[in-house]
Design a protein around this ligand. Structure first.
Ligand code: MIC
Ligand code: SF4
Length: 643
């Protein structure tokens, strides 16, 4: 039987269920990764599960998000993470070593393996030919404990790449082209598998730029084959032994297909405030630009930064532009230093910041009011930069630098010949900032600062679900909208009572006060509710405040899983028109919801007490998830089964 690459990896890791589309399967997870903003909660949950040592082949804990230490909180968390890692058998990548996805690609990603990460951009490692999936922290905790990760069998969308990119066009433009065509919901329930002759023209970091931003399509993951390019990259990292050739069989059949001729792709721009609001550069040329940032897990590899460096060599950035560079990892920084690139960047007027997420998650460098910021990042949701009325544009490094030099949007193809960037024969490998865990963790003391509070747990599900609609929201609400990040809020990730004060604060600052007065309630959303970040705090904090159910037209995958994990019912309108018939403030009730769920019901009658009418809602979750909801969340369930 011929198989796609995705089918091959799924099959090799299948521990529960069958590969029938739409059904739930359990997958063995070889590797996990966490970052500090989601990691503290994941490890607190891992502790609650009570397993002495991780059971995965490899687990790594990275520190890259919460880097601004304006108070004790972040470093408290880092020390906690370091001690937990040592105790439970987890590698620890220290602050300064780089962004989790970039470092994982360099040092740990391996073709054919599975990786589960508590960050939505975990599929970055798909550029290495591994099946890498983002999930909530609790899912990672459970996987570290040796349990499978459950997901619906995804459809495989084959993306055939033909030809070769033209000069000045790069991998970022390829994924922006995919986003232009498929939009932010276009990947839901799918893994994008890239194939075709065009694949061989892209290096591993370029492939990873593409798989990274597959997250913006709502895709479960994205993957490239493992070929000679992969081998070459691994060789440069001194890890050739993990290489193996992997690709779809000749004649493999995809559920859906898409074809992109790389030679026809042109420089593209995602306009505010959604990654799929994509237009050719020509449509924005001439608009003044005030800030340009090169960095983030999408575009901060050696090649990205060296292209930038070569472009600015001997030139100065425009006087009205603040030009910022954030290398993806310490390895990248060392390497561009060695190649002279850092000097060119600094001489041209760049502000260098540390190898971390930084401005991508609103940790500093918020743009000025009413100005344009151009970033090589992956998300431009309103306010994510830290400035409420931001105008954030997403581009590749070539366009970014062209803008920095011109002070306005400029097509880089007008800059003459594209400078050549030579790859080093081998990267300088120095893993001294990746700490090995203790061989015997039993004596390791866990360091817990006052910022670290217990994980709140909800009791079993109520018999009747009722409450006011406290918020009625539109389509594509992001987890950034539900539980914002940024320099002020991120340090509270390990303190749920404190962080819950900010739920929906940018959408409706009265929400928290209202839900407290009502002692809980319901949320109504439109399509693709909860897209974006994997942060389980967007479920955990609302649960803490008393949200019992969210009723939407449909959900984004990771957020739906997080709602189930924390005992919030993810309900969908059976008839999407009913969305228009409910109002904020209406009182809803689903009588005997618990008994109905115990009986395996998937459709429920929801009474609108205020309007004296009713409408059907559906609960599309697996049998396993029904159990989790009845228990009041996964942690409750795991604890109950352990008691
Ligand atoms: C993001 O890019 O939004 C983040 C911050 O990396 C999140 C994780 C988080 O909120 O901690 C993600 O992508 O999952
Ligand atoms: Fe960090 Fe930004 Fe990547 Fe998220 S998208 S992991 S915040 S660099």
């Amino acid at each position: 039987m011929v198989a796609t690459l995705v089918e091959k990896i799924l099959k090799a890791h299948l521990v529960d269920g069958e590969l029938t589309p739409g059904t739930e399967i359990g997958l063995r997870i070889d590797q996990t990764l966490t970052q500090d903003a989601t990691g503290t909660m994941a490890y607190l949950q891992f502790e609650t599960i009570g397993i002495p040592r991780v059971k995965t082949e490899l687990s790594v804990s990275y520190v890259d998000h919460n880097m601004l230490q304006t108070g004790f909180e972040n470093m408290d968390d880092h020390r906690f993470l370091q001690s937990v890692a040592s105790k439970y058998g987890i590698y620890f990548s220290k602050a300064g070593n780089g962004i989790c996805h970039q470092v994982h690609l360099e040092r740990f990603a391996a073709p054919g393996k599975t990786l589960l990460g508590s960050d939505s951009h975990t599929p970055t490692a798909g550029g290495m030919g591994m099946l890498a999936i983002g999930a909530g922290g609790l899912d990672i905790a459970v996987a570290m404990g040796g349990s499978p990760f459950f997901l619906k069998v995804p459809k495989v969308l084959g993306v055939k790449l033909l030809g070769k990119l033209s000069p000045w066009v790069s991998a970022k433009d390829v994924i922006l082209e995919v986003l232009r065509r498929l939009k932010v919901k276009g990947g839901v329930g799918k893994v994008l598998e890239y194939y075709g002759e065009g694949v061989t023209t892209l290096s591993v970091p370029e492939r990873s730029t593409i798989t990274n931003m597959g997250a913006e399509l709502g895709a479960t993951s994205s993957i490239f084959p493992s070929d000679e390019m992969t081998r070459d990259y691994l060789k440069k990292q001194g890890r050739e032994t993990v290489w193996r050739a992997l690709s779809a069989d000749e004649g493999a059949v995809y559920d859906e297909t898409l074809e992109i001729d790389l030679s026809h792709v042109e420089p593209l721009v995602a306009q505010p405030s959604s990654p799929d609001n994509v237009v050719p550069i020509s449509q924005v040329e001439g608009k003044k630009v005030q800030q340009v940032i090169i960095g983030s897990c999408t575009n901060s590899s050696y090649k990205d930064l060296m292209v930038a460096a070569e472009m600015v060599k001997g030139k100065k950035v425009h006087p009205d532009v603040s030009f910022v560079v954030a290398p993806g990892s310490r390895q990248v920084l060392e390497q561009i230093t060695k190649a002279g690139g850092l000097t060119y960047l600094i001489a041209a007027g760049a502000r260098l910041i540390e190898s971390a997420c930084g401005p991508c998650i609103g940790m500093g460098l918020a743009p000025a009011s009413n100005t344009i910021t151009v970033r090589t990042f992956n998300r431009n949701f309103k306010g994510r930069s830290g400035t409420k009325d931001d105008q954030s544009y997403l581009v590749g490094p070539e366009v970014a630098v062209a803008c920095a030099l011109a002070g306005e949007f400029k097509d880089p193809r007008k800059l003459g010949e594209l400078p050549r960037v030579e790859w080093p024969e081998r990267f300088d490998v120095d893993d001294s900032m990746i700490l090995r865990p203790a061989t015997d963790g039993s004596a390791v003391e866990i360091l817990r600062g006052p910022n670290i509070k217990e994980v709140p747990i909800r009791g079993p599900m109520d018999q009747t679900i009722s409450g006011d609609i406290l918020l009625k929201l539109s389509d594509n609400i992001t987890t950034d909208g539900i539980m914002p990040a940024g320099a002020k809020i991120l340090p509270l990730r390990s303190n749920i009572p404190a962080i819950s004060e900010f739920v929906f604060c940018n959408i409706d600052p009265t929400f928290v006060q209202r839900i407290k007065e009502k002692k809980g309630g319901l949320i109504v959303g439109g399509e693709n509710y909860g897209q974006g970040s994997s942060r389980e705090h967007a479920a955990l904090a609302p649960m803490y405040l008393g949200v019992r159910a969210v009723i939407t037209k449909n959900f984004a995958r990771i957020h739906k899983g997080n709602l189930v994990n924390f005992g919030i019912l993810p309900l969908e309108f059976k008839d999407a028109e009913d969305y228009h018939r409910v109002n904020q403030g209406d009182v809803l009730e689903i009588p005997d919801a618990r008994t109905q769920l115990e009986n395996g019901k998937t459709e429920y009658v929801c009474l609108n007490i205020t309007q004296n009418r009713s409408f059907p809602v559906v609960l599309t979750v697996s049998k396993r998830q029904q159990g989790i909801l009845l228990a009041g969340g996964l942690l409750n369930q795991v604890k109950q089964s352990g008691d």
